[in-house]
Design a protein around this ligand. Structure first.
Ligand SMILES: O=C(O)[C@H]1O[C@H](OP(=O)(O)OP(=O)(O)OC[C@H]2O[C@@H](n3ccc(=O)[nH]c3=O)[C@H](O)[C@@H]2O)[C@H](O)[C@@H](O)[C@H]1O
Length: 434
């Protein structure tokens, strides 16, 4: 389809063919006669100029119109919603911008903050990495508690700047990210878009704010990569990532460090260890296993080299939420203003794990017990797609700094997850109905 511009002003000379065949001589003569007088030519030129001018003004109308009509944010009503949501209802409370608020950890943290009286504004791009209807359901749940989640991308600097115009956020809880270890091989650019470019856009806005917020953000246990020293301590090496996901999270740790160093932003990076629970992520193993077991479909259980089972330091969502709030409470101020540093600010990194790894086959047997259904297991050797053989957090640093103490074992946490899953989806979710 030629563009409107091409149709009006063809750029290819070949498209303006003058038919010289004898059949059309009469028409051609008329055509020439038409142009023979200079006054007619002048009129034609005027007509063309008018046409061009009206086309150009139509174009600019379309441009400004699309900006106006497609904007999903802005306006008096919208600003009011943002302001109301950010309102603090306790003495000494904070106003927090939560990115990825319609996500798993984001929705839980938003709710916990709101419940204790802090102001919360969420932002989420509702992408299709997994079923957006679950994200929308989380947003409705948050709306019932007076939390407004703005539909927008953290790469939209104008939107972020606007949010900071409307609310003087004291803290940013940055949880928006492209998650998933193995999906990085399918869609590497989405990791760069969210975890690198989006992070930088967000930090640029934070550093430019008149009163800079303190930033707490989600790194990942995956930064330990092929580290074999166990348990993993924050000071262990993190220069051997096994996936692009891990590499972008590691890059995030370095990028946030430069913003701390140059602009005085207070930074806390949290290395989450395979977080699970109600309202969780459907792409994660415990969630997809549950779905498949209930549907009577086989599940694939990866196994490491030499038939060694894979293990994860599965961490229950409520424990992680406590860690997030503890981090926000102890974050310490950013020192800069309007892009200028006035002194050093804290830069911290904490493991938020459970300190007791569980193997994947054990995870499956716990699910079987809770679901009262036997799984059809297909055990295959771990493909080289980004997985690491095990994770195990040393959490003494978070314990020391803000009393982090996980209290939920996998058995108990999965029971709560299964209860939520059955209430939300029912027993027959996704089953073919005959
Ligand atoms: O701690 C993190 O920082 C990361 O935690 C999570 O990654 P992982 O620990 O890989 O969790 P998850 O996919 O649930 O696989 C769990 C186990 O099941 C095994 N697994 C997986 C799928 C499958 O089909 N079969 C299987 O055996 C698999 O081999 C693994 O051993 C987050 O997704 C990630 O976003 C990031 O936050």
């Amino acid at each position: 389809m030629p563009s409107l511009e091409e149709q009006l002003f063809p750029s290819t000379p070949g498209k303006f063919k003058i038919d010289r065949s004898s059949h059309h001589h009469a028409m051609n003569r008329q055509f020439h006669r038409c142009f023979s007088s200079t006054s007619t030519m002048f009129l034609w030129a005027l007509f063309l100029i008018a046409l061009t001018a009206s086309y150009l003004s139509f174009q600019s109308f379309v441009d400004s119109g699309s900006k106006y009509f497609t904007a999903s944010w802005g306006g008096v009503q919208w600003e009011k919603q943002v302001r109301n949501s950010a309102q603090i209802h306790r003495g000494g409370g904070m106003s927090v911008l939560v990115t990825g608020a319609a996500g798993f950890v984001g929705s839980h943290v938003s709710l916990a903050l709101k419940k204790r009286g802090d102001g919360v504004v969420g932002i989420d791009n509702f992408n299709h990495y997994y079923d957006p209807s679950l994200k929308k359901a989380r947003r409705s749940m948050l709306a019932e508690h007076g939390i407004f989640v703005v539909a927008g991308d953290i790469n939209d600097g104008k939107l972020l700047a606007k949010l900071f115009d409307v609310v003087g956020f004291t803290h940013v809880m940055h949880l928006a990210a492209q998650a998933g270890v193995r999906y990085a091989m399918e869609n590497p650019n989405s990791y760069i878009h969210s975890n690198i470019a989006g992070l930088v856009t967000l930090l640029e806005i934070c550093k430019s704010a008149e009163t800079q917020p303190a930033v707490v953000w989600a790194s990942s246990s995956s930064v330990y990569g092929l580290n074999e020293k166990s348990p993993f301590s924050e000071s262990d090496r993190t220069d051997q990532p096994a996936s692009l996901y891990a590499a972008t999270k590691k890059a995030g740790e370095e990028i946030t460090h430069t913003y701390n160093h140059i602009y005085g932003l207070s930074i806390t990076g949290l290395r989450f260890f395979t977080v699970y629970g109600p309202w969780g992520r459907p792409d994660m193993a415990y969630f997809s296993f549950t779905k498949n077991i209930l549907q009577g479909k086989p599940i694939t259980v990866y196994r490491g080299k030499n038939r060694v089972d894979l293990a994860r330091d599965f961490t229950y969502i409520d424990d992680v939420v406590k860690g997030c709030l503890g981090s926000l409470d102890t974050a310490g101020r950013s020192t800069g203003s309007g892009g200028k540093k006035t002194g050093p600010a804290p830069y911290r990194i904490f493991n938020l794990g459970n300190t007791s790894p569980v193997t994947v086959p054990t995870l499956v047997s716990i699910l079987e017990r809770h679901l009262k259904v036997k799984a059809k297991k297909k055990v295959v050797e771990m493909p080289g797609n980004g997985d690491v053989p095990f994770t195990h957090a040393n959490i003494s640093s978070a314990r020391r700094e803000f009393g982090y103490r996980p209290t939920t074992d996998l058995q108990t946490g999965l029971k709560k997850f299964v209860k939520w899953y059955l209430a939300y989806y029912g027993h027959n979710h996704g089953k073919a109905v005959n």
